[in-house]
Design a protein around this ligand. Sequence first.
Ligand code: ADP
Ligand code: ZN
Length: 210
Amino acid sequence: MLLGPPGAGKGTQATHLQRQWGIPHISTGAMLRDAVKRRTPLGLEVEAILASGGLVDDGLMTGIVRERLQETDCRNGFLLDGFPRTVPQAHALDRLIVGRSPLVILEVACPDEDIVRRLASRVVCSECGRNAPEEVEHPTCHDCGGPLVQRQDDKASVVRNRLQVYHEQTAPLIEYYEARPTFCRVNGNQLFDAVARDITGALARIRRGW
Ligand code: ADP
Ligand code: ZN
């Protein structure tokens, strides 16, 4: 699982890791945004919460993830991005994966100042939701050709709330996981390739310890 503040680069790294390992990238944020877009009952329920940068109910989120992990593509592993986000969700995840290989926790760290700057300039595809690469000025999505837009919750006022929610509810997970031999931290405040390289190195070290 990837842990870290909004905009630390979890989603971008996850897209890369998904290809590298051939396991599904499960982004709870993307699942929720998709539900909002399709106006499903779940989407209607969570729309206002997403817009404000608050958190969706733990029980609801755990149910969504439980179902997703039962799909056959998760048989050989999966990459969680955006879940767990609270201590109760972390407890629930531990229960969901009893009998599987140990959970590897990859913290992508990034200071608040950089996050505010990154999110202010981030654009995502309005069709498939993928992040556009930072450096290149493309008018459309590299993957599907859809138009690039700013995410509603990347507006400065909402970002401040998301960061506060992160520090209050999600950062305590670092303490929850830190002592595990399968925990590692990488510096997310670097260019994409450097972060990817650090992740590969950290995972190799963890594997040697198994
Ligand atoms: P971020 O860029 O903040 O990492 P995500 O795409 O992961 O954004 O999540 C977007 C929004 O979806 C969150 O601000 C929150 O409202 C909701 N959300 C996603 N995952 C969870 C979760 N595990 N628990 C509660 N709310 C969630
Ligand atoms: Zn796209």
